[in-house]
Design a protein around this ligand. Structure first.
Ligand code: FO1
Length: 328
């Protein structure tokens, strides 16, 4: 254990700032959970990627929103990061025995949520309203906002053809070589209620250690969100550590797009938005090049193995962000 590993809960922040986090995927959910541990619920808004959403077996699935909610509620599967802990798979087994598609694994407990979300959406409720209802039912205090109530499915362009996101990610296990991305309908989509208001009031925007290409860029593609983020003090946390991703295909995507994966590449990707950037200690040697982008840096331990790691990192990120001078 290093001297910096979290062994006890960090003390709460003395003056609570208003923080907006942009999140998608497991890394995003984990830092969002850390932020929820150190901020009062009314001071935290989490804007979540919905580009991964799709219809499957007649159900409307929102993987990133669910991963954030399950993680904040303490219900997530610790092994996968997505889906629920203590899951059983009887419905999936029965589906497979009848010749149905089992490539996207929906557990029995998780299925209940998809059934209820789909029922509510069919009744005419918006995704953000359904999410708000689920958060209340799961005891989540922070505001979890889908980036938009309009569907903007992510397409992954590959050398084997264009694939809907989950086909690329789960069915093809991220194997096909990526050449680009499209966020279908994003140009006509509107931010969901509360998104722009939360950004306008934010003392700090945190870009979580999510995949820049398919978790954060879809959020920034919704008209109005990028300029609202750019007007605030913004800190991003690198999802790339020592040239590799902790989880998921971000590193592979950078490589296939002709960019060497590194914390520097992530900082360059977001450069025009950033006030500060948090990178892992192992990448401290890149700090000077990142500072040359006019972005201030903090090098710390960014791997979140336990809930205490999440809280410790979240506190460091917020304290660092609030120390930064910001011109607008
Ligand atoms: N990811 C997988 O790799 N395999 C799966 O079978 C799978 C099922 C699944 C079910 C519900 C859910 O909310 C998420 C699920 N995920 C699965 C994760 C999902 O593909 C996410 O989009 C990724 O984690 C990217 O954020």
């Amino acid at each position: 254990m290093t001297a910096n590993s979290a062994t006890q809960a960090p003390t709460p922040l003395p003056v609570a700032p208003r923080v907006v986090a942009l999140a998608g995927g497991v890394g995003g959910a984990r830092l969002a959970d850390g932020l929820a541990q150190v901020l009062p619920p009314e001071n935290l808004t989490i804007i979540v990627n919905t580009g991964d959403d799709f219809e499957h077996l007649g159900l409307y699935i929102c993987p990133d929103v669910d991963t954030v909610c399950y993680t904040l509620a303490g219900l997530s599967n610790p092994a996968t990061g997505w889906g629920r802990a203590d899951e059983t798979w009887q419905a999936l087994e029965s589906l497979g025995a009848l010749g149905g598609p089992t490539w996207f694994r929906l557990g029995d407990r998780d299925l209940g949520l998809h059934l209820e979300r789909t029922r509510r959406l069919r009744m005419g409720q918006s995704l953000s309203l359904v999410t708000q209802h689920f958060c209340r039912a799961m005891g989540i205090g922070a505001a979890v906002l889908p980036m938009s109530d309009d569907a903007t499915p992510t397409w992954v362009y590959t050398i084997e053809g264009d694939l809907p996101f989950q086909e690329y990610f789960v069915r093809h296990q991220c194997q096909p070589k990526v050449t680009g991305f499209r966020f279908e309908g994003a140009e006509r989509a509107r931010p969901s209620p509360g998104v722009l208001e939360a950004l306008d009031r934010a003392d700090l925007v945190v870009i979580c250690p999510s995949n820049p290409w398919v978790s954060i860029d879809p959020i920034l593609a919704i008209p109005g969100i990028r300029p609202a983020v750019q007007a605030r003090r913004v800190v991003a946390v690198s999802p790339i550590i020592g040239g590799q991703t902790v989880k998921g295909p971000a590193g592979k995507m950078f490589l296939e797009l002709g960019i060497t994966p590194s914390a520097l590449a992530v900082a360059e990707h977001y450069a025009e938005l950033l006030t500060g950037f948090v990178l892992d200690r192992v990448d401290e040697n890149l700090a000077e090049q990142i500072q040359a982008l006019k972005v201030q840096t903090l090098a710390t331990d960014t791997i979140m193995k336990t809930p205490l790691d999440r809280a410790r990192l979240a506190k460091e990120v917020v304290e660092f962000g609030l120390r930064l001078s910001h011109s607008s």
